[in-house]
Design a protein around this ligand. Structure first.
Ligand code: NAD
Length: 548
């Protein structure tokens, strides 16, 4: 495990939830120093916390707490820290904690907390209360603090006080899972969820389900498609086992089934089996499963939690991150949908072993897209590592997936609902979606259509004099080297009409995302049809008229 090498572990939780006891036990197990922030402040000032509050006021205490946590956060020697009750009310403290380590919330049943508090009888806020009053006070305080406890990366139950070893062992399992933590997605609306990238993660997801506190009071439903259910049968069995032997909803694979009809089947399945709002969906599949069942989660009984467990490369680097969920309508792709963020994304690289080659290429196209729109160095890294890409080198793939998720998370973090920056992710998509539509969604995988679309967008950028022919050639060359298709002859009228019902088409205008150099794109509205028609030459068969 790498975890204990460099990161602090902070504990938060209600009084008597076990922060000191569990913190000390974990410190012993990991051979780290243990710090109780309240205790250390008391030692340093020679006063109890109550005395500091009474004599100097809460603001002075909060400043002391802020300074201490920043001091700890910057300490390179990893520690176990028990935080005081109100520490998380300061957003700068929360930022320092998240940057320097893992935040674990300890919790216990309300009546257990009440009994523990009564036994000690030293908590100033609880002295003199009857058992009923104490329980009521605990309930009120927990409800008030929930907003802060939600900031924790994991929650761990400590109701069963006798099994300290069991609790520590459970935390150790969470830490092992956390070793595969790549990043968090954080949106402006306050959503925050982790992305994990590693091996055998679906098979061990139970620990995460518990750590994210969507277990045990939740029931689970795995959603998957017919291909994934067959190709990944063992992993699916493991996943069900991890989720308490839950049922599986399976629908026929393929873009045409990302439909209202499949969605309705999902609703019916869930309603007939009496799934309540305390259900968590586990989306085990590619982008079609993630989008369709994600929209199911967004709408079933006005919204239930879901976790993305992407099994295609494209869904790992793109569709499972960012909270866009949708189904297609005969009038257009992704026309019925929502912005609805998952609770976590688990990229289990082992799933890629059964992914058809064309689907691998499809994911690679989206990865190239990130280089073109956002990160010239990332683009160059791919140019230099073609053989590792083609050989599906696991280490290099992890790097590619991680950086792609980082870029997507960064963009989505700034613009969750696509009012501005997020549109850059659509580079290649206006043309790609048109290709998919013209071919009835059954000739090219989504990413492959986007790869073709990027070639067209690259040519259009040359025709609009936004970037150089040399840049266009570099992109074409990388796509070629990876093995992405380069040819598709379109009827330009048909393509023009197909582009009209793209979501990215704004009223009375068409907006194109075009590159200005490798690593940057711009939104360009209303380009003359003649130029757009000409740009399709980029993917025309060279034996047909038009320049390549
Ligand atoms: N929500 C978003 O932000 C977003 C972004 C990009 C794409 N998308 C959507 O994602 C979809 C494309 O995703 P996709 O490319 O994953 O398509 P997909 O889900 O159809 O998967 C591609 C094919 O591979 C199969 N498959 C998936 N994983 C497999 C595995 N491990 N082993 C064997 N077979 C496997 C699937 O059954 C399917 O046949 C499109 O509908 C697109 O609109 C959404």
């Amino acid at each position: 495990m790498n975890f204990n090498q460099n990161r602090h572990i902070y504990f938060t939780g209600f009084m008597a939830s076990g922060k000191t006891r569990v913190g000390r036990a974990l410190a012993k197990r990991l051979e780290r120093d243990f710090i109780d922030t309240d205790q250390l402040i008391s030692e340093r000032t020679g006063k109890t916390i109550t005395e500091i509050f009474q004599e100097e006021g809460e603001a002075v205490f909060r400043k002391m707490e802020y300074d201490l946590i920043h001091e700890i956060a910057e300490d390179p020697v990893p520690k176990i820290i028990s935080l005081g009750g109100g520490s998380l009310t300061q957003s700068a403290v929360v930022t320092a904690i998240h940057k320097s380590g893992l935040l674990i919330r300890l919790w216990a049943e309300e009546n257990v907390l009440s009994e523990r508090i009564a036994r000690k009888n030293t908590r100033p806020l609880m002295i003199g209360l009857s058992p009923e009053e104490r329980l009521e006070k605990i309930r009120t305080m927990l409800a008030e603090r929930e907003v802060y406890y939600k900031l924790a990366d994991f929650s761990v139950e400590t109701s069963d006080a006798s099994s300290e070893e069991h609790i520590t062992e459970h935390i150790m399992q969470l830490l092992r899972f956390w070793d595969t933590h790549a990043l968090n997605v954080e949106t402006k609306s306050g959503e925050r969820y982790p992305i994990f990238i590693g091996h055998q993660l679906a098979d061990t997801a139970g620990v995460l389900l518990e750590g994210l506190r969507i277990s045990p009071s939740h029931s689970f439903l795995v959603c998957t498609d017919s291909n994934v259910a067959k190709a990944q049968a063992n992993k699916l069995t493991q996943l069900r086992y991890q989720a308490g032997g839950c049922p599986v909803f399976k629908f026929r694979a393929g873009e045409v089934n990302k439909s209202l009809s499949s969605l309705n089947q999902l609703y019916t399945f869930m309603l007939r089996r009496r799934f309540t709002r305390k259900t968590c969906l586990l989306q085990f599949g590619g982008g079609v499963v993630g989008d369709m069942a994600g929209f199911g989660a967004a709408t079933y009984q006005r919204g239930i939690p879901f976790i993305q467990i992407p099994t295609s490369l494209l869904s790992m680097v793109d569709s499972s991150v960012g909270g866009k969920v949708a189904v297609n309508h005969p009038e257009g792709k992704n026309m019925i949908g929502a912005f609805y963020q998952p609770r976590a994304v688990i990229c289990d690289l082992d799933a890629l072993a059964t992914l058809p080659e064309s689907e691998y290429l499809s994911g690679l196209a989206e990865i190239v897209k990130y280089g073109v729109i956002y990160d010239a160095e990332f683009f160059a890294l791919m140019e230099e590592n073609i053989s590792a890409i083609r050989a599906k080198d696991s280490g290099f793939l992890t790097q590619l997936i991680r950086r792609s998720c980082e870029i997507k998370a960064e963009v989505v973090g700034i613009d969750e609902k696509e009012t501005g920056l997020r549109a850059i992710l659509n580079y290649g998509h206006t043309f790609g979606h048109a290709i998919e539509k013209i071919t009835n969604y059954n000739r090219f995988s989504h990413g492959i259509a986007v790869g073709l679309g990027m070639r067209v967008a690259g040519r259009l950028a040359v025709l609009c004099e936004l970037w150089s022919k040399e840049d266009e050639r570099r992109v074409q060359k990388l796509l070629d080297a990876i093995g992405l298709p380069a040819i598709f002859d379109v009827d330009t009228e048909e393509a023009w009409n197909a582009m009209g019902v793209d979501k990215k088409a704004e009223k009375n205008s068409r907006v194109y995302i075009l590159p200005t150099r490798i690593g940057a794109v711009r939104k360009i509205p209303n380009i003359e049809k003649e130029l757009v028609d000409k740009a399709w030459d980029a993917i025309r068969n060279p034996s047909n008229p038009g320049e390549r």
